[in-house]
Design a protein around this ligand. Sequence first.
Ligand SMILES: C[S@@+](CC[C@H](N)C(=O)[O-])C[C@H]1O[C@@H](n2cnc3c(N)ncnc32)[C@H](O)[C@@H]1O
Length: 378
Amino acid sequence: MAGPYAECAPAAVGQKRQQFGSRFLSDPARVFHHNAWDNVEWSEEQAAAAERKVRENSTQRVCQDKQVDYEINAHKYWNDFYKIHENGFFKDRHWLFTEFPELAPGQSQDHLEDLPSDNKRSEVPECRTSEDGPGLKIEQHKCSSNSLEHETQTAPVEENVTQKLNHLEICADEFPGSSATYRILEVGCGVGNTVFPILQTNNDPGLFVYCCDFSSTAIELVQTNSAYDPCRCFAFVHDLCDEDQSYPVPTSSLDIIILIFVLSAVVPDKMQKAINRLSRLLKPGGMMLLRDYGRHDMAQLRFKKGQCLSENFYVRGDGTRVYFFTQDELDTLFTTAGLEKVQNLVDRRLQVNRGKQLTMYRVWIQCKYRKPLLSSAG
Ligand SMILES: C[S@@+](CC[C@H](N)C(=O)[O-])C[C@H]1O[C@@H](n2cnc3c(N)ncnc32)[C@H](O)[C@@H]1O
């Protein structure tokens, strides 16, 4: 089923995974011949009908008290979501590497095609201790890893060499993954459906992957996954909107930050500051990668009256929230944070349920923005 969070997999032609945008519907009579069609053109009537639907479902707004509750308790609603679904909801996404080859530079596509889709089938040896729980444990990062020992580059440091990480003071040259040569952070990682494929696919010995989510239930599921290896990965609870909470890495230390269907879960007036803070963590030349809901995606049109919080921002039945972006809005968020556009595309897909003869018009936006080599923005 195409659930509220369902998102797409790219067309696979033969055994090769292709980038989005390579199967076109030229003959409408053939619509049920495949599961999905790329770059579907919307007719004027269809676009106008979508506008009307959004106007209709936005007329009645959620009352202020409920809005405050959804904001203050946002992490609890997501905790409840993960308590129900555990790690069975979001699918692993090996398409990530065709869309975002930056996550596994130098890996051949043929190799990626062979990957299992079950994130528990990792061959990566475990070295964390059995008492590892959802909380941060600095000991976790003392595992010896030959793979990370060859690098001595020290990143510039935010504020006087030390940072607060929950109750722990960590030195700039002691932060988790400090000896890595390629650092990826996934924000809003959920139960690790992006992180585990990265760890399985990217066999660069200098790789270190950070992942965070404000749902402690989700992070616990990541940390207790058999593929979680604290020598290569650090999962931590973090609210990307919390201005008082710092990330456990220094400024200008990350190569890649990835946001998959997470920015849309954030209240719009907190998005810019969240992106600004993340941007500071990127190395010059580092990239922010995003895939998220686009304006008039099927999920937006399906909302009923009374679920709208503010323009294009809605609450689902389970209390989790979702925003539907335009390309321009995302461009403004990233460029205001001092990043330069590498890619900003809209992926309009027609998904087809051949059994039920249903058509579903999905709209996703995919962005890549780079921190300039000579950056004036912090
Ligand atoms: C739609 S899910 C996507 C999860 C994951 N990125 C994936 O693609 O499987 C959105 C995720 O963002 C997390 N999230 C929402 N708001 C957040 C915030 N302010 N800080 C950190 N994580 C947040 C939720 O807990 C949830 O795991």
